[in-house]
Ligand binder design. Structure first.
Ligand code: ATR
Length: 275
């Protein structure tokens, strides 16, 4: 039996156990997937104990992604660029390996589920925290245009842009400077939706013909998604697809089985239907 877990604080709301149990059923694998809450000071020892007691793989969510990165013996290039990890596994030599599947998950959802060709898209990314850093590199690699990064604290966006200059050019903006801009894709990676607040987006920022994406998932459309609809966005998405795709990447890394994400999405949204 595979033993997996998600570490976070808080973590009881996490959909990861449900998602991974559905993946396991679909792939006909025996899996135990727990949600483990701990304090920051206990994080390292709790993760080590989990792997010492036979854990095969772990997901890591807020606020531990940077700590998971620091804890690992080896890290992927995506995790190094983000400075954060959402996936841990044990290597053959029993050391810890850290991966970040958030960026790939977002790109997969945009390109596979939404059918978007990102190559010539002008992308605006909101936020300069861990969530934004996790997806910025893959977004920059997906489009030929420089990605625009906007943040309430502009200096933080400038720091992130400097860090990612090894990948390419990032344009930084304050919210007020977006007034006359137009983008093909607008992605909210701020934590504003968590507190049902809207970043200070100017009313004149048009979303016409744009795909607008809130990386947060909630049962009801977030305030940001409602704003996008009012601004004329052609497609408005929440973060469920990204959540599923990043989970599928983790599951693949741990088991070498690739789940069918769309079937699991249907099952999550309509639990009474067969998988
Ligand atoms: P996470 O790991 O989820 O990214 P974080 O590192 O605390 O969390 O970053 C939160 C991000 O959301 C930051 O970019 C923050 O902006 P500041 O750097 O200016 O603090 C952004 N954020 C949070 N609340 C916001 C709000 N109401 N409007 C705009 N941006 C907000």
């Amino acid at each position: 039996m595979y033993k997996f877990a998600v570490f976070g604080n808080p973590v009881q709301h996490s959909l990861s156990p449900t998602i991974h149990n559905l993946f396991a059923r679909q792939c006909d694998l025996s899996v135990q997937y727990d949600a483990i809450e701990c304090t920051l000071s206990a994080f390292a020892i709790t993760v080590r104990d989990f792997f010492l007691c036979g854990g095969h793989g772990a997901n890591v969510t807020l606020p531990f992604k940077e700590h998971a990165f620091a804890l690992a013996n080896t890290v992927s290039s995506a995790a190094r660029l983000a400075g954060a990890a959402n996936t841990l596994c044990r290597s053959d030599d029993r050391t810890l390996f850290a991966e970040n599947t958030d960026g790939l998950g977002l790109i997969r959802d945009l390109t596979t589920t939404q059918g978007l060709n990102l190559t010539h898209c002008r992308i605006l990314l909101l936020g300069a925290g861990g969530a934004a850093r996790g997806v910025l590199g893959p977004l920059m690699q997906a489009t030929t245009h420089p990605v625009t990064l906007v943040n309430r604290t502009l200096a933080k966006a400038e720091d992130v842009a400097a860090h990612f200059s090894r990948v390419g050019k990032v344009i930084t903006r304050s919210y007020a400077e977006l007034a006359d801009d137009h983008y093909d894709v607008i992605i909210n990676a701020t934590s504003a939706s968590l507190s049902s607040t809207l970043p200070a987006l100017p009313d004149t920022l048009s979303c016409r013909n744009a795909l607008v994406y809130d990386m947060m998932y909630s049962k009801k459309p977030t305030i940001f998604m409602q704003w996008a609809k009012n601004q004329g966005a052609s497609v408005v998405c929440d973060g469920l697809g990204m959540l599923l795709e990043q989970a599928a990447e983790s599951f693949y890394l741990w088991t070498q089985h690739r789940p069918e994400v769309l079937a699991v999405r249907r099952q999550l949204l309509h639990p009474s239907r067969p998988l």
